[in-house]
Design a protein around this ligand. Structure first.
Ligand SMILES: *Cc1c(COP(=O)(O)O)cnc(C)c1O
Length: 450
């Protein structure tokens, strides 16, 4: 039966895949912002849990998933199902077959819990008392709050003020799980006060909230920072998605031609495709990989590849990636998880080498595709995931024009049941698109990086 492919408990992956050794070039080291030299390990360990720093630069191709983490993966809904979108195919009248891996079936409704559990586990094991983090729309904050409550760790979340005010439900969820949540910019940190001085109603953003979380951590010996995307260890934890999807496609004996996902920092997409990229790079399989971003945060299609900060305040180590400049203010699109100026360094390399092809869309065309998907397949996708659906739609229509029976597999990173404000605005015709004309910071940076 190829409508749905599920895995039993024993097929849950036993190890994460680390792509570092298989990349077409070496990953550039993170730099110490004070010296512009490769950052010392001790400095990174003051920010992140020790084991995560080790994983970030690991030279092992596979890392065993600890048993406790695998048990928690089972509790939170892994392995997740893989479906065929037959009604959606019919609506598009395409010869392409469309399959999707569905991360919306985890208890927090997205993939973020996959790394949250791993990060909280290693922090707890090290004796750390508190994890501090940022969140945009609240998916990541919720995931880390669950992980913290399951493992007995305190969680503190800086949440972009615009979301804090407009999207109360994720904040309530985080409170249910026992986390502290502060609107960002806040008056709790120097960085926060600086942005508040510019604008007391500052809507905030991921970059600012990251700065606040890091400043908070540096003031507390027993706290560490936790990042929900971008870094190698985060994408590695997410490879459970791709490993499961591979097994699930094998189970129904279907071979994908095209793989698609949405990209904010790159973690769901990286985690989904890297196990397939492994075979592609070794010449074992032919795949096409498409990464879909927002035209309001076009780091792949309009950014430059250079060293930049991960946060707006310039507190993080510098990492080499596709970026729009760390001070770029990403317009308030409903896909809060895509509002980030940078892109995972490992994914940036694959984009540079043409392995991954970027696509970018406006939010109205994305919601249009999301509504069609909801009405044909029954699932209301998260606005972030809906970007992937729009990409799939165009690729399926292209297959129709060329009369090709392509097999398209995409990652549906989460459901949108807590994102209904976006759907309301879209259906009331109150949604607008944002097309940044230029990136002033970027021209400055490209001059400096010459
Ligand atoms: C956070 C989020 C994203 C974007 O983050 P990535 O790191 O690029 O995966 C995409 N989809 C959903 C549902 C999210 O919550």
């Amino acid at each position: 039966m190829e409508l749905k492919s599920i895995l039993d408990v024993d097929s849950l992956p036993k190890r994460w895949y680390n792509i570092l050794l298989d990349l077409p070039e070496r990953l550039a080291p993170p730099l110490d912002p004070e010296t512009d030299e490769p950052i010392k390990r001790e400095k990174l360990e003051r920010i992140f849990a020790r084991e995560l720093v080790k994983q970030e630069m690991s030279s092992e191709r596979y890392v065993d998933i600890p048993n406790e983490v695998r048990e928690m993966y089972l509790k939170i809904g892994r392995p997740t199902p893989l479906f065929r979108a037959t009604n959606f195919e019919r609506a598009l009248n395409t010869p392409a077959r469309i399959y999707f891996k569905y991360e919306g079936e985890t208890i927090t409704g997205s993939h973020k819990i996959n790394t949250a559990i791993a990060q909280a586990y290693y922090a707890k094991k090290q004796g750390i008392e508190r994890l501090v983090t940022e969140t945009g729309a609240g998916q990541w904050g919720t995931a880390l709050s669950v992980a913290g409550s399951l493992l007995g760790l305190k969680i503190r979340v800086y949440m972009a003020r615009a979301s804090y005010l407009q999207k109360p439900y994720r904040k309530i969820l985080m409170h249910v799980y026992g986390a502290e949540v502060y609107p960002s910019p806040s008056d709790r940190t120097e960085v926060g006060r600086k942005f508040l001085a510019e604008d007391p109603q500052h809507p905030g953003g991921l970059g600012i909230a990251i700065s606040e979380a890091i400043e908070d951590v540096l003031k507390d010996e027993n706290a560490r920072y936790s990042l929900g995307s971008v870094l190698n260890h985060v994408l590695m934890h997410q490879t459970v998605i791709g490993e499961e999807a591979k097994l699930q496609m094998e189970k129904i004996d279907v071979q994908p031609d095209i793989l698609v996902g949405c990209v904010g920092g790159g973690s769901n997409f990286g985690g989904f495709i890297y196990p397939f990229v492994r075979d592609f790079i070794r010449g074992k399989e032919e795949y096409e990989f498409y990464a879909v971003e927002s035209r309001a945060a076009p780091s792949m299609t309009r950014g430059i590849y250079t060293y930049d900060f991960g946060d707006s305040g310039g507190l993080t180590p510098k990492i080499k990636m596709h970026t729009l400049g760390h001070t770029y203010y990403v317009p308030p699109i409903h896909a809060g998880g895509l509002r980030y100026h940078g892109l995972a360094p490992t994914l940036s390399i694959l984009v540079n080498h043409g392995v991954v092809k970027p696509m970018a869309y406006h939010q109205r065309e994305v919601f249009d595709a999301a509504v069609l998907f909801a009405r044909t397949e029954g699932i209301v996708p998260a606005p972030e995931s809906a970007h992937a659906i729009k990409g799939v739609m165009d690729l399926a229509l292209e297959a129709k024009r060329k009369n090709e029976e392509k097999v398209i597999l995409f990652n549906l990173s989460g459901h949108g049941l807590l994102d209904l404000k976006g759907y309301e605005d879209f259906m009331n015709n109150e949604m607008k698109d944002y097309e940044p004309k230029e990136f002033p910071v970027l021209s400055q940076m490209s001059l400096e990086s010459r």
